[in-house]
Design a binder for this molecule. Structure first.
Ligand code: COA
Length: 260
């Protein structure tokens, strides 16, 4: 499928989605949001794709936020609608059912930080900068940022980032748990692919059940989460990949997963 604002390349069961508006630091406009929605719907149903990487075109930015020119004309009603629709796009990413890795290659501000947080894992290049600078514009994060940031790094740090609007560098983002790994810029995509390949080499039923179980953590009480965990654990135990994985360990050989 072709997109005007995205590049989507599928290779060895890994899809790489590149937001391609480098002259505006990949700022998210309505067209990009619509393309992301279509693209992730296609990837969800694509049996040839196990893992997705999201990155930004150019060397400067992952995504420098929502398009401020589009924000500037919003009123109460259109603002609410834009926020809900952006949240929907990022919820689709979080609920893709397949792992999504953000390869953060520069500025991840506002909607860019929110996009990275909707992904399941974040690898940042050394030059990445994260922040929620919306207060500078007289607005708040509106694509899930007030919710996901607090869940990822704790309420105190989320408050600081959102109330001061100040960006943090990759090291600080790593220190507070906003990113999983920092790598040199030239290695970013290779390292993201290595991680994607490693995840793709496991039985995908287990990978998908793990995503489902961890994704629900903040939405349900512990007892309900544990009930779900037990039921997803049971789903894994029914799978041929589980039989193969356990048998291979006992036979001291590498497992051959068939993703079933
Ligand atoms: N929305 C719309 N356009 C944006 C943008 C955004 N969020 N971020 C960058 N751009 C545009 C700039 O207007 C500029 O366009 P122009 O060349 O037509 O003038 C182009 O991208 C390059 O950005 P520029 O500001 O010249 O780069 P810089 O290196 O001097 O600064 C940033 C980089 C990221 C610090 C700066 O662009 C910035 O602060 N962007 C806005 C960040 C933000 O507030 N995001 C949250 C929005 S809710």
């Amino acid at each position: 499928m072709d997109y005007r604002t995205l590049l989507c390349n599928i290779d060895e069961r890994i899809a790489t989605v590149t937001i391609n508006r480098p002259d505006k630091l990949n700022a998210l406009n309505a067209e990009i949001r619509a393309d992301l929605k279509r693209c992730f719907a296609a990837l969800k149903n694509d049996p040839e794709v196990d893992v997705v990487i999201v990155t930004g075109a150019g060397e400067k930015a992952f995504v420098a936020g929502a398009d401020i020119a589009e924000l500037a004309v919003l009123n109460g009603e259109t603002g609410r609608a834009m926020s809900s629709s952006g949240q929907g796009v990022f919820d689709d990413i979080e609920n893709l059912g397949k792992p999504v890795i953000a390869a953060v290659n520069g500025y991840a501000l506002g909607g860019g930080c929110e996009l990275a947080m909707a992904c399941h894992l974040r690898i940042a290049s050394e030059n990445a900068r994260f922040g929620q600078p919306e207060v500078n514009l007289g607005v708040i994060p509106g694509y899930g940022g007030t919710q996901r940031l607090a869940r990822l790094v704790g309420r105190g740090r989320a408050m600081e980032l959102i109330l001061t609007g100040l960006p943090i560098d990759a090291q600080e983002a790593f220190r507070i748990g906003l990113v999983n790994k920092i790598v040199p810029p030239a290695e970013l995509l290779d390292r993201a692919r290595m991680m994607a390949k490693a995840i793709g080499s496991f039985g995908q039923i287990a990978v998908r059940m793990a995503l489902k179980a961890v994704n629900i953590t903040e939405e349900v009480p512990l007892s309900e989460g544990e009930r779900l965990e037990a039921s997803l654990f049971g789903v894994c135990c029914e799978s041929p990949d589980f039989k193969e994985g356990t048998r291979a360990f006992l036979e001291k050989r590498k497992p051959i997963f068939r993703h079933s």
